[in-house]
Design a protein around this ligand. Sequence first.
Ligand code: SAM
Length: 313
Amino acid sequence: MTTALVSNPSTDVPAKEHGFSALGPADWSEYIANRPAYPPSFFQRIYDYHGHKSGVTWSVAHDVGAGCGIISSVLANRFDNVIVSDPNDGYGTIARDLLVEKALLPESKFSFLQEAAEESSVESGTVDMITACECIHWTTPDIAIREFGRQLRADGTLAITYYTRPLIEANEGASRAWKAIWGTLSKKNRGVLVDKAYNIANTALESLEFPEEGWETVKRIYINSQGTLDGFILDDRTSESKVKESEERIWVEDEDWCDMCDIEWFRAYYATWAPHIPKYEMRDSWEELERALEGKKVKVRTPNVMVLATRRA
Ligand SMILES: C[S@@+](CC[C@H](N)C(=O)[O-])C[C@H]1O[C@@H](n2cnc3c(N)ncnc32)[C@H](O)[C@@H]1O
C-alpha cells in the first residue's frame, strides 16, 4: 500500500541535527516503562473529533516523530495503513521491531520513513490523520504545520499533543523539591535546539499557529491544567500566543493522566528526560523529595495539551 503514497526521498539532503537524540541516545525501554502511557481516552478524543466529520475515511494515518512507535501501535488498530516517520537514525528499525516483531502487527500495514516533520515524501492529499505527539517542540512548527496540511486530505485531522512533567498533589515539601529538580534541569538545558523546544513547550503549544486559509475547527484541549497554563511553564523561555478567537479552548480534568508514585518512580521518570545531570548536582533536592515522600506514594497529575485541527477543504 503505502509505497504508492510515498515518493522517492531525495538522497542529497544534508545531515541535520534533530532534537531528542541530539541530547543523548534514547533508551526506549526506559521511555516506554516510565513515561505516562497514552490512555484510551487520549485516542478517543482524537477519534471522536475525526469521526464527527461527515464523509471522513480511516484509511491512512501518519505518525510523525513516531520514535519507537507507541502511537503508531494504537493507530494500527483503527487505520488500514500507518506511516511511521522519524528523522533520527535507527528509530525506524526500533519502531518496526516493536510493532511487527513484538506486537505482531502485520508488517503490510506500515511504512517506515526516516524523515523530519518539515519535509516528507508522503504524497499530497493522501492522509486521513496526522499525529505529532510529544515532538512538535523539536520541529519548526510553521513549516511542519504547512507540510501536514499538504499531506492531509480535505477534512483530514491533525492531532498535535504534548504532555509536560507531572505535578505532585497534596504534598508541599515534595512539590517544592520536584520543582527545584526541574528548575536545575531547565538551567542546564540550553542551546539553539533546546531553547526553541522550551519556547514552544512552555506555552502549552499556544505558540502554534493554524492559518485560517488552511485550517478550521481548531480545538485546544488542556488536560489536568486546572484552568491555567502554569503547569506547562518550566522557565521564562516563551513565545507569543497564536491562539485565534475562532479556536475553541477546552479544559478537562482527567484521572487517566494521574497516578500514585513513589521515589523510585520519580527517579526512573526523571531519567527519561535529558540532559542527565550528575546526581551530586541535585543531591539536596532529591534527598528533600525522598524525605517529603516518607516512603509513601504520592498522587501526580500530568498536564497534557491536545491540539486538533481540520484541513480545510
Ligand atoms: C519524545 S519522542 C516522542 C515519541 C512518540 N511520538 C511519543 O509520543 O512518545 C520525540 C521524537 O521527536 C523526534 N523528532 C525530533 N526532531 C524532529 C523533527 N524535526 N520532525 C519530526 N520528529 C522529530 C525524535 O526523533 C523523537 O523520536
